[in-house]
Design a protein around this ligand. Structure first.
Ligand code: MN
Length: 152
Protein backbone atom coordinates (compact mmCIF):
# COMPACT_ATOMS: atom_id res chain seq x y z
CA UNK A 1 0.00 0.00 0.00
CA UNK A 2 1.29 3.44 -0.85
CA UNK A 3 0.16 6.68 0.67
CA UNK A 4 0.30 10.11 -0.90
CA UNK A 5 3.33 10.91 1.21
CA UNK A 6 5.18 7.85 -0.04
CA UNK A 7 4.30 8.70 -3.62
CA UNK A 8 5.54 12.27 -3.19
CA UNK A 9 8.82 10.98 -1.75
CA UNK A 10 9.29 8.57 -4.63
CA UNK A 11 8.54 11.37 -7.09
CA UNK A 12 11.08 13.65 -5.43
CA UNK A 13 13.66 10.88 -5.20
CA UNK A 14 13.29 10.10 -8.89
CA UNK A 15 13.67 13.77 -9.76
CA UNK A 16 16.93 14.10 -7.82
CA UNK A 17 18.30 10.67 -8.80
CA UNK A 18 17.82 11.50 -12.48
CA UNK A 19 20.05 14.52 -12.00
CA UNK A 20 22.82 13.08 -9.85
CA UNK A 21 22.41 9.31 -9.79
CA UNK A 22 21.42 9.05 -6.13
CA UNK A 23 19.67 11.12 -3.46
CA UNK A 24 21.05 12.03 -0.07
CA UNK A 25 18.96 12.78 2.99
CA UNK A 26 19.93 16.44 2.74
CA UNK A 27 18.75 16.62 -0.90
CA UNK A 28 15.27 15.49 0.01
CA UNK A 29 15.22 17.62 3.17
CA UNK A 30 16.02 20.67 1.02
CA UNK A 31 13.49 19.63 -1.64
CA UNK A 32 10.60 19.48 0.83
CA UNK A 33 12.07 22.04 3.22
CA UNK A 34 11.81 19.63 6.17
CA UNK A 35 14.20 18.32 8.81
CA UNK A 36 16.79 15.69 7.84
CA UNK A 37 15.69 13.43 10.70
CA UNK A 38 12.21 12.97 9.27
CA UNK A 39 13.74 12.19 5.89
CA UNK A 40 16.01 9.54 7.41
CA UNK A 41 12.98 7.96 9.05
CA UNK A 42 11.12 7.92 5.75
CA UNK A 43 14.11 6.48 3.88
CA UNK A 44 14.14 3.56 6.32
CA UNK A 45 10.44 3.02 5.84
CA UNK A 46 10.78 3.15 2.05
CA UNK A 47 13.61 0.64 2.18
CA UNK A 48 11.61 -1.73 4.37
CA UNK A 49 8.77 -1.62 1.86
CA UNK A 50 11.10 -2.32 -1.05
CA UNK A 51 10.87 1.05 -2.79
CA UNK A 52 14.45 2.24 -2.30
CA UNK A 53 17.94 0.95 -1.75
CA UNK A 54 19.38 3.03 1.02
CA UNK A 55 22.93 3.22 2.25
CA UNK A 56 23.42 5.60 5.08
CA UNK A 57 26.54 7.22 3.64
CA UNK A 58 25.97 6.56 -0.04
CA UNK A 59 22.42 7.83 -0.40
CA UNK A 60 19.26 6.34 -1.85
CA UNK A 61 18.35 4.94 -5.25
CA UNK A 62 14.98 3.63 -6.38
CA UNK A 63 14.13 -0.03 -6.89
CA UNK A 64 12.17 -1.02 -10.03
CA UNK A 65 9.02 -1.03 -7.92
CA UNK A 66 9.77 2.41 -6.49
CA UNK A 67 10.64 3.86 -9.85
CA UNK A 68 7.43 2.59 -11.39
CA UNK A 69 5.34 4.39 -8.80
CA UNK A 70 7.45 7.55 -9.11
CA UNK A 71 7.08 7.70 -12.89
CA UNK A 72 3.38 6.93 -12.74
CA UNK A 73 2.72 9.57 -10.10
CA UNK A 74 4.68 12.16 -12.08
CA UNK A 75 2.73 11.35 -15.23
CA UNK A 76 -0.55 11.87 -13.39
CA UNK A 77 0.75 15.10 -11.91
CA UNK A 78 1.71 16.47 -15.33
CA UNK A 79 -1.60 15.55 -16.92
CA UNK A 80 -3.73 17.01 -14.13
CA UNK A 81 -1.55 20.12 -14.15
CA UNK A 82 -1.96 20.53 -17.91
CA UNK A 83 -5.69 19.91 -17.66
CA UNK A 84 -6.09 22.71 -15.13
CA UNK A 85 -3.86 25.06 -17.12
CA UNK A 86 -6.14 24.66 -20.15
CA UNK A 87 -8.72 26.60 -18.14
CA UNK A 88 -6.20 29.15 -16.87
CA UNK A 89 -6.10 27.88 -13.31
CA UNK A 90 -3.09 29.78 -11.92
CA UNK A 91 0.23 27.99 -12.17
CA UNK A 92 0.79 27.49 -8.44
CA UNK A 93 -2.77 26.39 -7.75
CA UNK A 94 -2.62 23.91 -10.62
CA UNK A 95 0.61 22.48 -9.24
CA UNK A 96 -0.71 22.23 -5.70
CA UNK A 97 -3.95 20.61 -6.78
CA UNK A 98 -2.18 18.23 -9.13
CA UNK A 99 0.04 17.14 -6.23
CA UNK A 100 -3.04 16.24 -4.19
CA UNK A 101 -5.34 14.83 -6.87
CA UNK A 102 -2.58 12.57 -8.28
CA UNK A 103 -2.85 10.34 -5.19
CA UNK A 104 -6.57 9.79 -5.18
CA UNK A 105 -7.81 10.06 -8.77
CA UNK A 106 -9.48 6.97 -10.23
CA UNK A 107 -7.79 5.20 -13.15
CA UNK A 108 -10.84 5.69 -15.36
CA UNK A 109 -11.00 9.41 -14.61
CA UNK A 110 -7.27 9.67 -15.29
CA UNK A 111 -7.75 8.01 -18.66
CA UNK A 112 -10.29 10.62 -19.76
CA UNK A 113 -8.18 13.50 -18.46
CA UNK A 114 -5.20 12.14 -20.36
CA UNK A 115 -7.28 11.80 -23.51
CA UNK A 116 -8.66 15.29 -23.09
CA UNK A 117 -5.24 16.88 -22.70
CA UNK A 118 -3.92 15.00 -25.70
CA UNK A 119 -7.04 15.99 -27.70
CA UNK A 120 -6.46 19.67 -26.94
CA UNK A 121 -2.79 19.37 -27.83
CA UNK A 122 -3.74 18.15 -31.29
CA UNK A 123 -4.97 21.64 -32.14
CA UNK A 124 -2.35 24.06 -33.43
CA UNK A 125 -4.15 26.89 -31.70
CA UNK A 126 -6.81 27.17 -29.05
CA UNK A 127 -10.05 25.64 -30.39
CA UNK A 128 -12.93 28.07 -30.87
CA UNK A 129 -15.20 26.49 -28.32
CA UNK A 130 -12.41 26.80 -25.78
CA UNK A 131 -12.00 30.48 -26.66
CA UNK A 132 -15.73 30.87 -26.09
CA UNK A 133 -15.49 29.16 -22.75
CA UNK A 134 -12.57 31.42 -21.86
CA UNK A 135 -14.69 34.44 -22.68
CA UNK A 136 -17.49 32.96 -20.59
CA UNK A 137 -15.36 32.50 -17.49
CA UNK A 138 -13.65 35.85 -17.81
CA UNK A 139 -16.67 38.00 -18.65
CA UNK A 140 -19.60 35.87 -17.52
CA UNK A 141 -21.31 36.07 -20.88
CA UNK A 142 -21.34 34.12 -24.12
CA UNK A 143 -19.77 35.55 -27.29
CA UNK A 144 -22.17 37.84 -29.17
CA UNK A 145 -22.83 35.59 -32.18
CA UNK A 146 -23.60 32.56 -30.00
CA UNK A 147 -26.16 34.51 -28.03
CA UNK A 148 -27.95 35.80 -31.11
CA UNK A 149 -28.23 32.33 -32.59
CA UNK A 150 -29.68 31.01 -29.38
CA UNK A 151 -32.35 33.75 -29.16
CA UNK A 152 -33.62 33.18 -32.68
MN1 MN B 1 1.54 14.82 -4.48
Amino acid sequence: MTTGRIEDYLEALNFIIKKKGYAKVKDIAAYFDISPSSVTEMFQKLEKQGFVNYEKYGGATLTKKGEKIAVNTRKKHDTIYQFLRIFDVPNEVANEDACRIEHVVHKKTMLRLTQFVSFINKYDKKPRWLEHFQQYYTTGSLPECERIEKNK
